[in-house]
Design a protein around this ligand. Structure first.
Ligand SMILES: Nc1ncnc2c1ncn2[C@@H]1O[C@H](COP(=O)(O)OP(=O)(O)OP(=O)(O)O)[C@@H](O)[C@H]1O
Ligand SMILES: [Mg+2]
Length: 506
């Protein structure tokens, strides 16, 4: 990386030491004999496949898991946290992979969660609003701190949660997948703040499946695999291929493309149109959107967070009703009153927030079949049959652990996302709308999703992929439209495109 950072990483004493940590869930090992050292004033990147144990180790440090074997030391002193509060009091702050904001509180209350400002014994409401506004501004967020946080877009909520932990004064800051909903300029702003936090001598753990981001911000990187720490190395000495080798083995060099060079889009202008939108508009979210989705193609819809693309996706699926314009499916005018109608017409949707679609306390096989319950009822599908179908999907998507009876809540984040996709494989729809289909997935899992999407496309399905991640649309799409402030501003079809050119258009 840079010489300064190298010096900090080499010379600094350990702030945190984890010795021989093991942890299992219901007899299944999630961490095996892990040693891990975090130095003062370093950014430590953590990578590894979905389910490798990254979040589990961090949750031990943050006091979420109190039961484990092994020893933890902070500044050389043994500690054992019984709760997240214990960890907080010891100066450890964590932004979890799953958002942990309180939707009904205001932005300011969330920024000051657990450490309210007081003045003369009463809550200093004005001080919190002012402080929140300033802290958020340094992350480039302009938002009224007095509004309810639940009313904001997910990406904004994510930034506000980041602000909360970064400005909490914690000496150890753990960021578990913090950039999944952020656009590139927001990631850059986050990195600036992370660098400031590092410069003040504090330590940051940064977990991400975006290896470019990991290499850009980290001083040190550690690779996890199957619950073990495989290697720790100075970030300046390694590259992406090296990381992927250690994460999943060699022979996957093409996996994590950076798209710095042009790739060719394989558009199919002659394929029949399945779904078309004409002059679609919905309030302030988007306007004048016309597009065609063709059979056997993947249409990418790219734009920064908040550009209206998620609202557009919801409209295509009947979740939101358009204020203007119309939709047609296979040439016939479509008036969707609700999502059930859309599904019956043959349009399926996998939303960006998997929470709304998944049943966490149900086994995997139920989650695979629930979306088609009405059809299953008609087909008299027996539980054994349900499991057999689910087994096939679990195998073809390499869902881990590969057991359909496991409760969904016990799967790692990336594997839950694969289950969300598997739901639609049983009875494929005509049009499949995917919002952020690879969010939170490791490089191998992303490759699995690319394969599945191509398979569905080649069966003649029309697929729409909506994403704020340039890599996601570039890896999946045959044609790309770019949205900006609620309008389509550019189409890329049958030409060459790179990440830079896509970003320029947005
Ligand atoms: N609360 C839990 N109950 C049971 N099993 C769990 C629980 N939490 C995690 N696991 C299991 O522990 C293993 C490690 O999971 P962990 O969440 O640490 O993975 P990860 O490296 O963070 O993956 P991802 O990149 O997908 O977030 C996985 O096999 C997971 O299924
Ligand atoms: Mg995780």
């Amino acid at each position: 990386m840079n010489a300064e950072a190298d010096k900090a990483a080499d010379g600094a004493r350990p702030r945190l030491e984890m010795r021989a940590i093991s942890k299992s869930f219901g007899g299944v090992a999630a961490l095996r004999d892990v040693d891990f050292v975090l130095k003062a004033g370093e950014v430590h990147g953590l990578v590894g496949e979905n389910g490798a144990g990254k979040s589990t180790l961090m949750k031990i440090i943050a006091g979420v898991h109190a039961q484990y074997q092994g020893q933890m030391l902070i500044d050389g002193k043994p500690v054992h946290f019984r709760s997240a509060r214990d960890a907080l009091d010891a100066g450890i702050g964590m932004v979890h992979q799953e958002l942990s904001i309180v939707p009904d509180l205001t932005v300011a209350e969330n920024v000051y969660l657990g450490k309210q400002l007081t003045k003369g014994g009463i809550v200093d409401w004005r001080g919190m609003v002012k402080g929140a506004r300033e802290q958020l501004a340094s992350l480039g967020i302009v938002v009224d701190p007095r509004i309810r946080i639940g009313s904001l877009a997910i990406g904004l909520q994510q930034l506000i949660e980041l602000a909360r932990v970064l400005f909490s004064g914690a000496r150890i800051v753990i960021l578990d997948e913090p950039t999944s909903a952020l656009s590139p300029p927001e990631v850059e702003r986050l990195f600036e703040v992370v660098r400031k936090v590092r410069a003040s001598g504090r330590s940051i753990v940064f977990i991400s499946h975006f290896l470019d981001d990991i290499l850009a911000i980290s001083d040190t990187v550690t690779v996890f695999r199957n619950g073990a720490r495989v290697v720790t190395e100075a970030a300046s000495k390694v590259d992406k291929v090296w990381l992927i080798d250690r994460m999943i083995g060699s022979g996957h060099e093409g996996l994590e493309e950076s798209y710095t060079d042009d790739i060719a889009l394989d558009s199919k202008p002659d394929a029949p149109v399945i779904l078309s939108a004409t002059n679609l508009g919905a309030g302030r979210a988007f306007a004048g959107v016309s597009l065609d989705v063709r059979a056997g193609e993947v249409l990418g819809v790219y734009g920064f967070m908040g550009c209206g693309q998620l609202e557009l996706a919801r409209t295509l699926f009947g979740k939101n009703r358009p204020a203007t314009g119309s939709l047609a499916l296979e040439g016939k005018k479509l008036r969707l009153r609700n999502t059930a109608q859309a599904r019956r017409a043959g349009i399926a949707f996998v939303p960006e927030s998997r929470r709304s679609m998944l049943f966490y306390s149900e086994p995997v096989y139920k989650n695979v079949s629930i979306s088609v319950l009405d059809r299953i009822a008609r087909l008299w599908l027996k539980p054994a049959e349900e499991r057999r179908i689910a087994n096939g999907h679990v195998a073809s998507l390499s869902i881990r652990p590969p057991r359909v009876n496991v409760l969904l809540q016990n799967l790692s984040g990336g594997n839950q996302q694969k289950v969300a996709l598997a739901k639609w494989l049983t009875w494929p729809p005509k049009v499949l709308v995917l919002a952020e289909p690879t969010r939170g997935m490791d490089v191998g899992a992303k490759e699995d999703v690319v394969k599945i999407v191509r398979k569905l496309r080649d069966q003649g399905m029309g697929i729409v992929v909506v994403s704020t991640e340039p890599e996601t649309v570039l890896s999946l799409a045959d044609r790309i439209v770019v949205m900006k402030k609620g309008r389509i501003v550019r189409e890329f079809a049958g030409e060459k495109i790179s990440k830079d050119r896509l970003l320029e258009a947005a």
